[in-house]
Design a protein around this ligand. Structure first.
Ligand SMILES: C[S@@+](CC[C@H](N)C(=O)[O-])C[C@H]1O[C@@H](n2cnc3c(N)ncnc32)[C@H](O)[C@@H]1O
Length: 222
């Protein structure tokens, strides 16, 4: 992996990621941001909902660079399927950092700047198929106010640095705003995380991960 100026890094599939010095974590797998996001969040998360719902509600824990939002926006356009995308982020990246990211050209989807510039706390109709609602908050302070989601993209930093975000209590908070039969998808397959998901009411499936990661998890809300 080559290092570029600032906290920007190039991962092995040619897509950027950011490094967070506070948590000592990259935002994505160093083996490839794009291939990781596509495998976990698009293939295992939203794809199975294509024929299950007329409109799909996604919740993302940790909007970060906006890569998952951009890929989901592209998916909504390709499938002409309306998606409401609620993303929360406690520590937003700067506009200058967002401008450096090479996702638009790589993915073939414009609009990453609109994702980052969208106002907080209000629905923004970025296209007829993609509505974004961003909340600047800690997950621990987030209230879904009765909204139930089809798919949770659970993309917190790793349990080693954010153990409080991988507990049965936190997953129970998330389970409360996940539809029955809805999914929680995440890159972390640790057995402690599997146990915590189970005790919060998810049936846990292990799936082959993106290149460089043997397994990832999908929780199905029971
Ligand atoms: C692994 S990165 C997410 C990567 C992101 N999904 C992307 O595609 O760039 C984790 C994200 O969670 C955010 N975060 C950390 N703790 C949080 C918390 N308690 N509540 C909400 N967001 C948090 C971080 O600032 C970071 O953007």
């Amino acid at each position: 992996m080559d290092s570029l100026p600032s906290r920007l890094f190039l991962t092995e599939d040619g897509s950027h990621t950011l490094y967070d010095p506070g948590f000592d974590q990259h935002y994505h797998s160093i083996h490839g941001s794009l291939q990781e996001s596509r495998r976990i969040f698009i293939e295992l998360g939203i794809d199975p909902f294509l024929d299950k719902a007329d409109e799909i509600r996604i919740f993302e824990m940790g909007l970060g660079t906006g890569l998952n939002a951009l890929l989901t926006w592209q998916w909504a356009e390709q499938h002409r399927k309306p998606v409401e995308y609620v993303g929360i982020e406690a520590y937003p990246i700067s506009d200058a950092e967002a401008e450096q990211l090479n996702y638009g050209a790589l993915v073939g989807q414009d609009g990453l700047a609109s994702v980052h510039q969208a106002a907080w706390g209000t629905p923004i109709h970025l296209s007829p198929y993609f509505t974004l609602v961003k909340h600047q908050t800690l997950l621990q302070h987030f209230s879904a106010e009765g909204t139930l989601f089809d798919v949770i993209y659970y993309d917190a930093f790793a349990p080693r640095v954010q153990p409080e975000l991988w507990t049965a209590e936190t997953f129970a908070q998330v389970a409360a705003f996940t539809k029955t039969g809805g999914y929680l998808v995440t890159y972390c397959a640790k057995s402690d995380v599997q146990r915590a998901l189970r005790s919060a009411g998810f049936r846990v499936e292990k799936h082959p991960g993106p290149w460089g990661k043997r397994h990832v998890l999908r929780g199905v809300k029971e």
